[in-house]
Design a protein around this ligand. Sequence first.
Ligand SMILES: NC(=O)C1=CN([C@@H]2O[C@H](COP(=O)(O)OP(=O)(O)OC[C@H]3O[C@@H](n4cnc5c(N)ncnc54)[C@H](OP(=O)(O)O)[C@@H]3O)[C@@H](O)[C@H]2O)C=CC1
Ligand SMILES: O=C1O[C@H](COP(=O)(O)O)[C@@H](O)[C@H](O)[C@H]1O
Length: 517
Amino acid sequence: MTYNTTIESAAPEGAIYYLFGATGDLARRKLFPALFSLYKEGKLSENFAVVGLARRPRTNEQFRSDLYDSINEFCRYKVEDLTMWNAFAEHFVYMSLDINDVEGFKQLNKLSDELDEQFNIPGNRLFYLALAPSLFGPVSFNMRDGGMLESKGWHRLVIEKPFGYDLESAQQLNEQLCQVFKEEEIFRIDHYLGKEMVQNIQVLRFSNSFFEPLWNNKHIANVQITLSETVGVEERGGYYDKSGALRDMGQNHMLQMLAMIAMEPPSRLIGEDIRDEKVKVMRSLRSYSSSDDVRANVIRGQYSAGKFGDKALPGYREEESVDAESTTETYFAAKVFVDNFRWAGVPFYIRTGKRLPVKTTEVVIEFKSVADNILFGSRHDLAPNLLVIRVNPMEGIYIKLNAKKPGSDTDIQTVNMEFCQSCQVGINTPEAYERLIHDAARGDSTYFTRWDEVAHAWSFVDRIAQAWRESTSDLQFYPAGTWGPKSAEELLAADGFHWWPVNGQEEDNVIWVTNSR
Ligand SMILES: NC(=O)C1=CN([C@@H]2O[C@H](COP(=O)(O)OP(=O)(O)OC[C@H]3O[C@@H](n4cnc5c(N)ncnc54)[C@H](OP(=O)(O)O)[C@@H]3O)[C@@H](O)[C@H]2O)C=CC1
Ligand SMILES: O=C1O[C@H](COP(=O)(O)O)[C@@H](O)[C@H](O)[C@H]1O
């Protein structure tokens, strides 16, 4: 059954893919593997070429050898057939280019004409900027001034996060890009939107009569979104210390997931309608009224030295490229309200952090208990029903129900009924980057963020950042390998709730009914 014809049909047309930042980490770990998977699955037109671009010198042979290594290390498919590999690799060429040098773009333009000819490409251009954001503006101007946008096909710009540091810098960046590209030609990546289970939210919500009528403040008590990571900042301290968890994860991935949960049904399953509905959610986010309001509702933390099992872990301030007195948050938790008719009074609790005990992304929808339950309420401490959407790394859903304990007259037990998607399809589900590159190549911007969404998300985040700049007294430290500051528990306890266990913290006394075995 195909639910969205714009997404499932239409193979991409032939195009040249320009990978700016081709010698960087993102290209190596995500972009090359994604291109190989698409090729292997027949999702790239035969008429394509990839031009790797960065300053350091590389021959085409060296570039293809880097490509080979990256695929064998990071791709879900390995290179098994050399004939097929050679056919793939011959589409890849490398050119050394400093993006500040417009002459280089003129040469690139000539090379592009040759590639159009060689691979029978109709002048389509997809520019992927895996570069530091400070280079996004200059590279766009030089593309234009170097004549790169004069080819007869379409031109699309795919840009990585972060899109700005705050609303003001994001606006400046957007103005620069809009001098060269139209909004519909700009594809802003939020790789969470490319994840299977994030895309599945709308199917779960709008195609199940179990959920659709209950999806509102009459039946839902609260929503919890957890995005926990075991890693620290690794070698990204230089970037992360200026960014922090709020900008790195909050402004984008977490608010995007919240929007997918909270949005109204779009009138049609097409990109603009879905994005219109997400914008309405972003616009309805209740801004904190004062810095005290921020401190009462947003908790921030930074990991100190700790351990995983027997392994000692350094504190954040001891990490490479991090200021020894840094006050950057590696954790935040917030209580957020969506001020509209559907969600009035329902808290959305969101939390993310590095060096937490497990790597997992989960959304928990906690339903209200059966009102005035005269049958069971007085005798049992009934667990509320939950719908849990497991996004990452395990994919699937489960629902938590109350059921009679077999053989007992009086006991009620909690049962988790699970659809484990990962168990069905193994780990071989498409990576988010495959999906997103494929969509951009077909001109489908549904799962990319539109400028107005980004701007509203920054306004919300900027209010928090402003309070944090005024004083750092609320920054709390948590040992690496623990669940963050205690006050994040108190945030929910004050409302009579608690964080539900996520993957790796399974509860006792719960029966699992699952397809995982
Ligand atoms: N790595 C990741 O997992 C993620 C990265 N991102 C984003 O992706 C982007 C790239 O990140 P990442 O790959 O990690 O960064 P890296 O620092 O690893 O790579 C940067 C790339 O830019 C090239 N470069 C730098 N300056 C110039 C220049 N003047 N002209 C031409 N090329 C230049 C470098 O090549 P050379 O030195 O040879 O010129 C290199 O290929 C960033 O915006 C980042 O925030 C987003 C999510 C995850
Ligand atoms: O964008 C980012 O996401 C990753 C987490 O992504 P995931 O797909 O592995 O959950 C995070 O580690 C990184 O700091 C951030 O920039």
